[in-house]
Design a protein around this ligand. Structure first.
Ligand SMILES: NC(=O)c1ccc[n+]([C@@H]2O[C@H](COP(=O)([O-])OP(=O)(O)OC[C@H]3O[C@@H](n4cnc5c(N)ncnc54)[C@H](OP(=O)(O)O)[C@@H]3O)[C@@H](O)[C@H]2O)c1
Length: 148
């Protein structure tokens, strides 16, 4: 990913590093940077905000709801820059989701692969093949807490 054009820009980090599903990357395994902070480390002068890493793309249109709908889903967001996080929250709202502030970027570990929050919208019986299940902010808060 190019560094220079992204200097000073808000970058949404959707990346998941999941050795169990995709195979281990030796450089990541040997490095000091936790996988959920790799993009931040690479784009030091961008405003990296972690979001959408927990939502399977086919589930986005299934879960989207107007603001205030009782079954509107929440999407966890983590970032170190309040203004960047607010901009991403506005985008998330416009796409039909509530943004759930999970804290600074380092806290995105709580919705990384292998955590309960990563599975928030999946039906355990059908997983990715099944229709998505809505997850509210309260549902998400409970799942994020399980990773502590
Ligand atoms: N798809 C989803 O529903 C979803 C949901 C949540 C999070 N995510 C996460 O988002 C990330 C992208 O997922 P995706 O579904 O968009 O994957 P994808 O369709 O396989 O796209 C991966 C992209 O990364 C590029 N790439 C792969 N290896 C590279 C390398 N060594 N150097 C430079 N570029 C490289 C590929 O380039 P080429 O096309 O040139 O190969 C491709 O453009 C993943 O970390 C995934 O876990 C995906």
């Amino acid at each position: 990913m190019p560094v220079e054009p992204l200097r000073g820009r808000v970058v949404i980090d959707t990346l998941n590093y999941d050795p169990a599903r995709q195979g281990a990357v030796p450089e990541i395994e040997a490095g000091d940077t936790p996988p959920h902070l790799l993009l931040h480390e690479h784009l030091r002068d961008a405003y990296v905000v972690k979001a959408f890493s927990t939502v399977f793309f086919k589930h986005l249109p299934q879960l989207a709801r107007p603001a205030g709908a009782p079954d509107r889903s929440a999407v966890p967001v983590a970032g170190d820059h309040p203004a960047a996080k607010a901009a991403v929250a506005t985008l998330i709202d416009s796409l039909g989701f509530d943004a759930y502030d999970a804290g600074p970027l380092a806290e995105s570990r709580r919705f990384a692969p292998g955590t309960p929050a990563q599975l928030a919208y999946l039906d355990p019986d059908g997983m990715f093949a099944a229709p998505a299940r809505p997850a509210s902010a309260a549902d998400l808060a409970a799942l994020l807490d399980k990773a502590n």
